[in-house]
Design a protein around this ligand. Structure first.
Ligand code: HBI
Ligand code: FE
Length: 288
C-alpha cells in the first residue's frame, strides 16, 4: 500500500517526496546510496553556513549535541545518527518521504522515533524552503533530542497528540509544537537563545528572532500558546520564551482536556499583537 501524500497545512503546493516508498506507518528507507555528490555538497554548504550562524544564538544544549554529532561533511546515514542518539536518550530517527499525517507523526513521537525527511532541497532553495526537508529535520530537530528533558517533552507531546485527536483539538496542540519545537526561544543567564528547529535551520530568522524589535517575545503561557494562530510561510510575528526545558515539560505535563474545553469555543489570537496579561520581553540588545 503506498502512503497518501501530505501537503503542509492548508497549502495548495503539491506534496514533496515519493510516498510510494512508504510503509503503513509512513516510514521508508533512506536509500543513502542514491544521494548524488552534488546533494552531499549542497548539504555540507547548508551545514557550514548554519554552523557559523548558530554560534552565540542557539542554546548550549543544541550546540553541545551538534558538536558531538559531527555530521557536517556529507549527508549522514540515519543508522549512524541513530546509534549515538539511542545511547543518549533512547530516541531513534526514522526516514519518511516528507510530511506525514498528524496521526502517524504523533505515533512515531510517542514511540521516541523522530521522522526525518529523506529528500534535500534544491540549490535554488538554499536560502528558504517552506516544507521541512532533510536539512531542517536533521540540523534543526535532531540535536535537541540528545537533551534528556527535551527528549521526554517530545515523547509526551506525541502521546498528547494522540489524545488531542480524540478531542478534536489537533489545531490547538499543533500550535504548541509550532511555538516551542519549531520556533521556541529560551531565556538563559547569558540572554535570549534559540531552541526552535524552524529558526535554527533558517539563515534569516536566527538573528531576526533575537533582535528584531518588530517581533513580539512573550513569556511562555500554555493557554496563550494554544490559542495563538501562526503563519507557516513568513517570519514569525510572535515568539514564546521559556525559562528552561524543565519549565516547558512541567507546564505541559497536565491533562489538557479542561483547557481544550475552555479554549475550543474561543476565537484564536492573531500573532501580530500582544494580549492583556502577556509578559512581554525585550529583544536581545547584542547583535552577536
Ligand atoms: N510530518 N514529517 C513530518 N514532519 C513534521 O514536522 C510534521 C509532520 N506532520 C504533521 C506535523 N509536523 C505538524 O502538524 C505537527 O504540528 C503535528
Ligand atoms: Fe520541523
Amino acid at each position: 500500500m503506498s502512503a497518501t501524500p501530505v501537503t503542509y497545512g492548508g497549502s495548495r503546493r503539491p506534496p514533496r517526496g515519493d510516498y510510494s516508498l512508504a510503509r503503513d506507518d509512513y516510514t521508508c528507507d533512506q536509500n543513502w546510496d542514491l544521494y548524488t555528490p552534488q546533494q552531499h555538497e549542497l548539504y555540507a554548504r547548508l551545514y557550514a553556513r548554519q554552523l557559523r550562524l548558530v554560534d552565540g544564538r542557539a542554546c548550549d544544549e543544541f550546540l553541545k549535541a551538534l558538536a558531538h554529532l559531527d555530521m557536517g561533511a556529507r549527508i549522514p546515514r540515519f543508522e549512524d545518527v541513530c546509534e549515538r542518539l539511542a545511547r543518549a536518550t533512547g530516541w531513534r530517527i526514522v526516514a519518511v518521504p516528507g510530511l506525514i499525517p498528524e496521526d502517524a507523526f504523533f505515533r512515531l513521537l510517542s514511540q521516541r522515533r523522530f521522522p526525518v525527511t529523506v529528500w534535500l532541497r534544491t540549490p535554488e532553495e538554499f536560502d528558504y524552503i517552506v516544507e521541512p526537508d532533510l536539512f531542517h529535520d536533521l540540523f534543526g530537530h535532531v540535536p535537541l533530542l540528545f537533551d534528556p528533558v527535551f527528549a521526554d517533552y517530545m515523547q509526551a507531546y506525541g502521546e498528547g497528540g494522540l489524545k488531542a485527536q480524540r478531542r478534536h483539538a489537533l489545531e490547538l496542540l499543533a500550535r504548541l509544537y509550532w511555538y516551542t519545537v519549531e520556533f521556541g526561544l529560551i531565556d538563559t543567564a547569558r540572554g535570549l537563545r534559540v531552541y526552535g528547529a524552524g529558526i535554527l535551520s533558517s539563515p534569516g530568522e536566527l538573528q531576526r528572532s533575537l533582535v528584531d524589535p518588530a517581533a513580539l517575545r512573550i513569556g511562555f503561557d500554555l493557554r496563550r500558546v494554544l490559542r495563538t494562530a501562526y503563519e507557516i510561510d513568513d517570519f514569525q510575528k510572535t515568539y514564546f520564551v521559556i525559562d528552561g526545558f524543565a519549565q516547558l515539560f512541567q507546564q505541559t505535563a497536565q491533562d489538557f482536556t479542561p483547557i481544550y474545553e475552555q479554549l475550543l469555543p474561543l476565537p484564536p489570537f492573531t500573532p501580530d499583537r500582544a494580549q492583556s496579561g502577556d509578559r512581554v520581553l525585550p529583544a536581545s540588545a547584542s547583535s552577536c
